[in-house]
Every structure is written in structure tokens, then in C-alpha cells.
Design a binder for this molecule. Sequence first.
Ligand code: GAR
Length: 202
Amino acid sequence: MPNFAALFIANNMKKRIALFISGRGSNMEAILKACRTGILQDIAEPVLVFSNRADAKGLAVAQAMGVETQVIESKGLKRPAFDAKVLDLLQTYQPNFIVLAGYMRILSPLLVQAYPQRIINIHPADTTQHQGLHGYEWAFDNKLASTKITVHYVDEGLDTGNIIAQKTVDLSGTNTLEEVEQRGLTAEHEFYSSVLKTILEA
Ligand code: GAR
């Protein structure tokens, strides 16, 4: 018989996280697994997976893992109007932190200021060197020997927020963009949860 009182207390102490995605959601999946059976299991409760795109593949993955999903299509909406709707939606879920995982949008001041130092993102490169899309293409095209995966707080800019942690990934021996991306993503999946653990425990 489970100890319901202990479970209740443990659940109440967990940080509520909302994960934001726009596509595949492989980082989201890794974080959800870490919340279920991995290093985040006593620390984080995923209360929502949100996407600005109804066709984001990660939505089905989240649903299959039993996590609630919501979509507000961003297409056709101006940034402040869209983010006002997102903010409104978040009232229902009351997350402590918002975790961007391949969420391909710049956030408006409205959203950033509602969650100061509470919105986190992962980027496949050193954000002081490369911002925006196609981080692995950039590393591959420039024949970089390594890339520096970056986890950072989100501000109103494009990958310009304060850096929390970086991890150097050795790219030597890779010959194709797919190999670069595969090696980088494998590192991202492990690194993001470990950085989140540190932040959420603090
Ligand atoms: C990841 O490589 C992530 O670092 C990157 O998008 C990919 C999303 O993959 N994010 C950025 O480039 C942010 N500027 P996923 O949907 O499989 O997690």
C-alpha cells in the first residue's frame, strides 16, 4: 500500500514545469522521461506540453506519456497578442518554470516579465557565437571541431539571455550533418535534464 501522505507531500514539493515545443520534441521527451524515472523524478512535475503548432510531432509523444497538451496556433497572430493568449492559458496550469525545448519563437516582454528568471532554453551552439535556427548546420558548414551546447535564461532577444551552463561536444570524426546533429542531440538530452535539476533544486 503506497504511503499517500508521503506521496502528496513529495508531489507538492516538486516544481511544476511547462514544456514549450514547436516540432519533434526529442529534448521534451528526454525531460519527460527524466521526470518519470530519471534524475528529475523527485524534483519536477510536467504539468503541460504547449506548442504554437498543431503539427508539432512532439505533441503525440507527450500525450502517449500521459502529459496534458495544449496548442495555440501562432500563425497569423502578432507576437504580443499571441503571447497574451499563452499567458492566459498558463494561468490554468500555474507552472513554476517554463522549459523551452525546440520552441522556435522569440518571446515578448509580456511573457518574459511574467516569469523572471523562470524561462529556460537550450541551444545547440555557443549563444555568444551563433543564435537562432540551424546551430548544427552552422557547426558543420564551418567544420568546427566541437560545439558548445548552451542552456540559458530567456529574455526578449534571440538566444541572448544569461548563460546558465555550457557543455562542449567533440565533433571530431563526424562526416555528415546527420552525424553532427545526432552526436549533439544525444548530449543535449542528458545535459538539459542535469542543468534543470540544478536550477529546480536551488
Ligand atoms: C534542438 O537542437 C535545440 O537545441 C534547438 O532545436 C532543436 C530542437 O530539437 N533549439 C534552438 O536552435 C533554439 N535556438 P527537438 O525538438 O528534437 O528537441
